[in-house]
Design a protein around this ligand. Structure first.
Ligand code: GDG
Length: 502
C-alpha cells in the first residue's frame, strides 16, 4: 500500500539497472512498458473514517490501458493529483505506479499556466488568447525533466515508453537523451494547429525538438499530423515524406520518426453494457418524467471549457425559442457542464457568461411547469451519464475545436435502440469518422439552428439509418483497437531500430 515518503527525494533508482531480480526491491522494479501521463490513473480519496485510499480514476485512457499494463507488468509515471505530497512507488491492480511530486507553485506555473493557459488555447486555434510567460515555460521544462527522469529510472533495458499529451511534450527528447535504448511513443490528445498559429509560440523549436524525440508521434486527425509535419519542415527544415520524418542525429546520421493519425475511441462494450442495464433504462424514463415529459430532449455534455462551443449552442437554442420555432412545453435542453480548471481566469469568465445566458433564456421562456434549459454545473457518475444519453433525442456536440470528442462516441455507443440524432461539429476530430451525423459549423448560428430543427424533426426511419451507420464505426474502432494499433506501430519502430543496428 502507498505510504507518504520521507525524505522527500526517492533514492536514485537508475543506477541499479541490471541487478539480479531477487535483489530488486518493490520500489526498484523495472518495467518493459511504461506509460507517462500528467496524472496517475488513481485518485486519493478520503474514507468516512478519515483514512485515505487510492481508487482507480474513471476515464477511457485508464480503462484502455489497464489490460495492456497488466499483461506487460507495466509501470505508470504521473502526478498523484495533490500538491506537495511525496508518495513512494506502489503497486495498484497489476500496475506499478511511480508518483511524480509537484509543488503548489509548479502546479500554478507548469499545469495551470503553461499547459492550460498557453498550450491549450494556442492548440485550439486561439479561441481564447494564449498567454506566453517565461516563468511558466521555465517550470514546464523543469517538470518535464522530472517526469523524464522518473520514466528513465523505471524503464527496463530496451523498454517501450508511451508519453501522453501536451503537458509532456519535452519528455520524448529528454528521455531519448538519457536512454537511447528505449522505444518512445507520444500521443497528442488535442489538436495540433496550423503553422500560422503555432509559430506564435516563443518556444516553437524546443517543442518540436522535444516531440521528435519519439519514434512514433500520434495525433487524432490526419490534419493534425499534417500540421505537425509542416511545422517541422518550416521551423527545423527537416525532410518529411507522407507520415515519415527524417531526424538528423548529433553523430551526423539520421533516424526516422513516424507522425500519424491514431483516432482515439471509447471502451464501447462497457457503454453498451450500461445502456442495457434495466436500472439505467428505468432511470432514463425517470429523467424524462422529471423534466415534464417534453416531446424532445436535447442534450449537451461537456467539461465547462471555451473550446466546446457551449455559448454558440445556447445562442442557437435561445433564438429558436425567441423565433417561436420551439417552445418549452415541447422541448428542453439539458446541459451538463462539468466543473473544470476553475482557477484559470478564462474559465471563471466563461462560467459567468454561460450562467448569465442560461439565466436570461430561462427567465424569458420558462413556465411554472417547464424549463428551457436544465443547466447542471456538476459531475455525475457514469451510470447517470448513460441514462442521460438514453433519455436524449438529440445530442449536441458543437465544439469550436476538439481533438476528438469522446462524448459523441459515447452517445452513439449507448443508443442500442438505434434512435436519437447526433449533431456534430466539423471542428471535432470525431467528425472524420462519423459522417452520418448531422454536421455543423458552430460559428454559423443560422446553420446550427436549421440543423437543430432538422434533428428534432427527423423521422424514425432516417434516425435508424444514420444511427446504425454511426454505431458500426464506434463498434469497429474501440479504445482497445486504438491502443493496440499504437503499440503495434511502436513495436514496428523497435524492430526497425534493431534491423538498423544489426
Ligand atoms: C481531451 C480532448 C479528446 C464529462 N462530464 C462528466 C463526464 N465526462 C466525460 C465524458 C467523456 C470525457 O469526460 C470528456 O472527454 P472529451 O473527449 O469529450 O473531452 P476532453 O475532456 O476535452 O478530452 C478530446 C480526449 O482528450 C481523449 O483523447 O477526445 O478532444 O480535448 O468521457 O463522458 N463523465 C462523468 N461525469 C461527468 O459529469 N462520469
Amino acid at each position: 500500500m502507498p505510504k507518504a515518503a520521507e525524505p522527500a527525494e526517492p533514492a536514485p533508482r537508475g543506477q541499479s539497472r541490471g541487478s539480479a531480480p531477487e535483489q530488486v526491491s518493490e520500489a526498484d522494479r523495472r518495467a518493459d512498458l511504461v506509460v507517462v501521463a500528467n496524472r496517475l490513473p488513481v485518485d486519493k480519496v478520503m474514507e468516512p473514517d478519515g483514512d485515505t485510499e487510492w481508487r482507480r480514476s474513471p476515464g477511457g485512457l485508464v480503462t484502455a490501458l489497464e489490460p495492456v499494463m497488466r499483461r506487460a507488468d507495466g509501470a505508470w509515471v504521473g502526478w498523484p493529483g495533490q500538491p506537495d505530497i511525496e508518495v513512494e512507488p506502489f503497486e495498484f491492480e497489476g500496475t506499478h505506479l511511480v508518483p511524480v511530486s509537484l509543488s503548489a507553485d509548479e502546479i500554478e506555473n507548469y499545469y495551470e499556466g503553461m499547459s492550460n493557459d498557453t498550450f491549450w488555447p494556442l492548440y485550439h486555434d486561439v479561441i481564447s488568447p494564449p498567454r506566453y510567460r517565461r516563468v511558466w515555460w521555465d517550470a514546464y521544462v523543469r517538470v518535464n525533466r522530472r517526469f523524464a527522469e522518473a520514466a528513465a529510472s523505471v524503464a527496463a533495458e530496451g523498454a517501450t515508453v508511451w508519453v501522453q499529451d501536451y503537458q509532456l511534450q519535452l519528455v520524448p527528447a529528454m528521455l531519448r537523451e538519457a536512454r537511447p535504448d528505449l522505444t518512445i511513443g507520444y500521443f497528442h490528445h488535442i489538436p495540433f494547429p496550423a503553422y500560422g498559429l503555432y509559430s506564435q509560440l516563443p518556444w516553437r523549436r524546443q517543442v518540436l525538438e522535444g516531440l521528435l524525440g519519439a519514434d512514433v508521434i500520434g495525433f487524432q486527425r490526419v490534419a493534425d499530423a499534417g500540421n505537425f509535419a509542416r511545422a517541422v519542415r518550416r521551423q527545423l527544415r527537416y525532410q518529411t515524406k507522407a507520415t515519415g520524418i527524417t531526424v538528423p542525429q548529433a553523430d551526423g546520421t539520421t533516424r526516422n520518426a513516424l507522425a500519424k493519425a491514431f483516432p482515439i475511441s471509447i471502451d464501447t462494450s462497457s457503454y453498451i453494457e450500461l445502456a442495457e442495464r434495466p436500472d439505467i433504462v428505468a432511470r432514463a424514463a425517470e429523467i424524462r418524467e422529471s423534466l415534464g415529459n417534453p416531446k424532445k430532449i436535447l442534450l449537451g455534455v461537456d467539461r465547462l471549457d471555451y473550446t466546446k462551443g457551449i455559448r454558440h449552442r445556447l445562442k442557437a437554442f435561445g433564438e429558436l425559442l425567441e423565433d417561436g420555432r420551439l417552445n418549452v412545453e415541447d422541448v428542453t435542453l439539458v446541459q451538463v457542464a462539468s466543473p473544470s480548471r476553475e482557477r484559470v481566469d478564462a474559465y471563471m469568465q466563461l462560467r459567468d457568461e454561460i450562467e448569465l445566458t442560461v439565466g436570461r433564456i430561462n427567465g424569458d421562456h420558462d413556465t411554472m411547469g417547464h424549463t428551457a434549459i436544465r443547466y447542471l454545473h456538476q459531475a455525475y457518475p457514469r451510470e447517470e451519464m448513460v441514462a442521460l444519453f438514453r433519455a436524449a433525442d438529440v445530442m449536441l456536440v458543437t465544439a469550436l475545436r476538439d481533438g476528438m470528442n469522446l462524448v459523441a462516441k459515447e452517445y452513439v455507443a449507448t443508443r442500442t435502440d438505434n434512435r436519437g440524432v447526433l449533431v456534430l461539429s466539423e471542428f471535432a476530430g470525431a467528425a472524420d469518422e462519423l459522417p452520418s451525423a448531422i454536421r455543423i459549423n458552430p460559428h454559423d448560428i443560422g446553420g446550427m439552428k436549421e440543423a437543430i430543427m432538422r434533428a428534432i424533426e427527423m423521422p424514425a426511419a432516417e434516425q435508424g439509418r444514420r444511427m446504425r451507420a454511426l454505431r458500426k464505426k464506434v463498434l469497429e474502432n474501440d479504445v482497445d483497437r486504438w491502443s493496440r494499433s499504437f503499440l503495434d506501430a511502436l513495436d514496428e519502430a523497435r524492430r526497425a531500430k534493431k534491423r538498423g543496428r544489426a
